[in-house]
Design a protein around this ligand. Structure first.
Ligand code: ADP
Ligand code: MG
Length: 323
């Protein structure tokens, strides 16, 4: 566990920064210059790492983001929203000649959605942004959206090694691979302390069709593997141990508006506990509470659990032996 409380940040996360414009309405886009009216819209901070960092701050952690925004209006919006959330933005850079990434979603009665994405700054962060002083800023390094950050992929192995040498712990949530090849994860897993895929991603990356087999296979790389399973909760695997969340002890979600960001909020909850030295089962419970809370409001931020758990260091429940 990291012990260095003198560092300015608990967690520094590399980010896929963008804005999301979400339109709501029961319409299907039509070409031929057809104009159709939608019911509503909102503009929101996009990207997986922003939701993760925002949730960490609400749990009392000091979280920062390393990423790129454009020198444009949407870039100002991203910087302003991150500052409003209390996320440290000193390492958010204005990329030259690249516009802020934009996702446009059309949501039809909250059941289905179609999305158009302009990548822009989502993938503008490059190896030169990983400067030598970064490991002295944080106790823990988190990679989210591994597959979207293509410029950084060749450097992760050497970078994670450097983080470890500097005493940082590390975590990874790859999220979905748009190419569906799932390449490059096995190479860095031995350098990751906590890996947090969802069930589909875990099976794809492990090359298994069964979640338990996938979890055990991935834990063979030496990390704690936490497989997120939607309404079925989550299961942690480490060495030969397996620990499942006991859902009979957890309240069901009061209402489900959408599941945007549930996985990122879960990651923040699990890692908040883990960094504080909690046992795996307590980490699973806080992760689940964060994931569940995020379901109750639209988007990834509004429903986030607000609870400063910083002083709570007595959650040390040992991992249950499964065999
Ligand atoms: N329908 C649900 N009921 C209760 N908890 C949920 C539900 N959906 C998600 N969660 C919680 O949020 C976590 C993350 O959601 P999941 O959809 O599995 O991740 P991801 O967003 O990465 O695909 C789950 O492991 C669970 O703890
Ligand atoms: Mg996810």
């Amino acid at each position: 566990m990291p012990r260095d409380r003198d560092k300015p940040l608990d967690v520094l996360s590399v980010a896929d920064l963008c804005v999301d414009l979400v339109l709501t309405g029961d319409v299907v886009p039509r070409f031929g210059q057809a104009e159709q009216l939608v019911d509503d819209y909102h503009l929101e901070l996009g990207g997986s790492a922003t939701i993760f960092a925002g949730q960490l701050v609400k749990l009392g952690a000091r979280a920062g983001i390393l990423g790129s925004i454009g020198a444009d209006l949407f870039g100002d919006f991203v910087a302003g929203r991150l500052a409003g959330l209390g996320v440290a933005t000193e390492r958010v850079v204005r990329a030259e000649g690249v516009r802020t990434g934009l996702g446009v979603a059309l949501v039809k009665e909250s059941e289905d959605r179609t999305m158009l994405t302009y990548a822009g700054t989502i993938d503008a962060t490059a190896p030169e942004h990983l400067t030598h002083d970064l490991p002295s800023l944080a106790r823990h390094w988190h990679i989210s959206s591994f597959f979207l950050l293509s410029l950084l992929r060749p450097t992760w192995a050497s970078w994670l090694r450097r983080c470890r040498q500097a005493g940082l712990t590390t975590s990874l949530d790859t999220n979905w691979d748009p190419a569906e090849t799932w390449d490059g994860v096995h190479e860095i897993l031995p350098l990751i302390d906590v890996f947090l895929p969802n069930a589909t991603e875990a099976c794809a990356i492990a090359g298994e069709s069964d979640v338990e087999l996938a979890g055990r296979t991935l834990a063979g790389f030496g990390c704690v593997v936490v497989v997120k399973q939607g309404a079925d909760g989550a299961t942690a695997f480490h060495e030969n141990d397996m620990s499942s969340l006991d859902l009979s002890e957890e309240a069901p979600p009061p209402r489900i508006v959408d599941s945007i960001g549930a996985g990122d909020c879960f990651d923040a909850g699990f890692l908040r506990g883990w960094i504080l030295g909690w046992g795996i089962e307590a980490c699973l419970r806080l992760g689940h509470r964060c994931g569940r809370a995020s379901l109750s409001e639209a988007g990834g931020f509004r429903g986030q659990l607000v609870e400063d758990v910083s002083g709570n260091t007595l959650q040390g429940v040992q991992m249950r032996r499964s065999r």
